[in-house]
Design a protein around this ligand. Structure first.
Ligand code: SF4
Ligand code: SF4
Length: 444
């Protein structure tokens, strides 16, 4: 199978990055790639989706990587996984990889090991230049579930109609389930036995980078990875609830300009000109003349180390940096003086943040369970809302009309193949009941 054929299959199956912002996967493929790095770091605490896929489906993943290596003309594929999780991999399959183009690379148990800049450095020693994408250093970074979705599309023509999700946090048990895309999150939690949310708040994603769920409206999308339930009074939730106005007021009153947020920043430690203390100072003191203090936010990955680990004043440089980054993106503003970092800072080794320290700092040690069970529950939502924008790029346009009958796997929306976008499919059998500029609603 050649590269163009795989790209078409991947586009038709609606595959986007399952572990991040949802970059359309077919647009990631390039014949300039030498190395494929599979991001199996899953570095946010309490998340177990990728590990469950690696544990159960390692051989299909390896087969798919070999297919991609041939199509891309790439040299090797590296599965980057933390040493503490190696026991999850089938030892016979791991042994069979010796001398092949697919290898397993143990990465340290640090946060954020899954950031593509950090992961690329830890697995290959290469540093992606500022403002660049991995292909500029001959690398493609791809998430575990994304590779598994490619496997299903290539072998069975199966589109993305469901999503693996870990449910955990302040819960009697943690589980990983497979849910239909478009199911309302409240309905999913109720059906999975986590419906009592009195005094609780649900976070979509990990405790560091996740967002608070709007239980009335939010649905499962192609990038939903975890639903973590915490008491609303928990500091993780309280921090995410702070309005930007208050974040800036507190910073203007309490920031002592100690620079620890920049000194601990994982990207700064890899040589990036990302000094978030300047951003929070400029934003909280209205120093709008210092444009560089704002433009550098485009280099931020939003990991939150500056906020959770570095700042001793309980300020939130992560939120400020991501707010500025979002505004830059919205207005199409770019930093033009990007450079390739010259060297990794010598102090990096002593400033790496271990997962264990992070768990304690977040105050979630009591929520870490011995085991996360993988459970196959049949979900039968009465309706699904297939969002038209679950990915980076252009929203998909509806390809059906109200009243149409659809079956699981039918295309309900798509972007043109030339555009940055993807295809959306029905995740239940039913009738198209409503089409808005946000979703296609299907009822059973
Ligand atoms: S969130 Fe903070 S620590 Fe993380 S990359 Fe951005 S500035 Fe650096
Ligand atoms: S670590 Fe906190 S107090 Fe220090 S410069 Fe950063 S935001 Fe200000």
């Amino acid at each position: 199978m050649n590269l163009a054929e795989i790209q078409k299959i991947v586009y038709d199956a609606g595959i986007v990055g399952a572990g991040g912002a949802g970059f359309p996967t077919h647009r990631k493929f390039s014949d300039k790639v030498e190395q494929i790095i599979v991001n199996a770091a899953e570095c946010e605490p309490l998340m177990m989706v990728d590990h469950h896929i690696l544990e159960k489906h390692l051989q299909p993943l390896v087969d798919t990587l070999n297919l991609l290596l041939d199509a891309l003309g790439a040299r090797e594929a590296i599965i980057g996984i933390k040493g503490k999780n190696m026991h999850l991999l089938d030892s016979k399959i791991v042994a069979s990889l010796a001398g092949t183009r697919v290898s397993i690379h143990e990465i340290p148990d640090i946060y954020p090991a899954g950031d593509e800049v950090v992961l690329t450095y830890e697995t290959t020693g290469k540093i992606i230049p500022e403002g660049a994408i991995p292909v500029m250093v001959g690398v493609m970074v791809i998430n575990v579930e994304t590779v598994y979705n490619i496997y299903k599309a290539v072998t069975n023509g199966q589109p993305v109609v469901d999503k693996y999700i870990t449910i955990g946090g302040d819960t009697p048990e943690d589980i990983t389930i497979k849910a239909p895309i478009g199911m309302k999150i409240r309905e999913l939690l109720e059906a999975a036995g986590f419906g009592n949310l009195e005094g609780k708040t649900v976070i979509n994603g990990g405790p560091m980078m996740g967002k608070i769920v709007d239980l009335e409206n939010d649905t499962v999308t192609k990038t939903t990875k975890g639903l973590l339930i915490f008491p609303t009074t928990h500091s993780i939730v309280q921090r995410k609830l702070r309005p930007m106005r208050m974040i800036l007021k507190r910073a203007s009153a309490a920031c002592c300009n100690c620079t620890m947020c920049s000194d601990m920043c994982p990207r700064n430690l890899l040589g990036y000109s990302l000094n978030v203390h300047k951003t929070i100072r400029a934003a909280s003191h209205s120093e709008v003349m210092d444009t560089e203090a704002f433009l550098q936010s485009s280099l931020c990955c939003g990991c939150g180390v500056c906020t959770v680990i570095a700042c001793q004043q309980d300020l939130d440089p992560q939120a400020v940096s991501m707010e500025v980054k979002g505004l830059l993106g919205k207005h199409g503003l770019k930093r033009r003086n990007n450079k390739a970092p010259e060297h990794v800072k010598p102090e990096r080794a002593s400033r790496l943040v271990s997962s264990s320290v992070l768990i304690d700092r977040l105050g979630i040690r009591k929520y870490v369970k011995d085991k996360v069970e993988r459970r196959y529950t049949e979900f039968n939502p009465s309706a699904v809302y297939i969002e038209l924008k679950q990915h980076v790029g252009k929203p998909a346009g509806a390809a059906v009309k109200e009243g149409d009958k659809v079956s699981v796997g039918d295309v309900v929306a798509a972007t043109a193949y030339e555009d940055l976008g993807t295809t959306m499919h029905a995740s239940i059998n039913g009738t198209v009941a409503e089409i808005t500029d946000r979703y296609v609603k299907i009822v059973r």
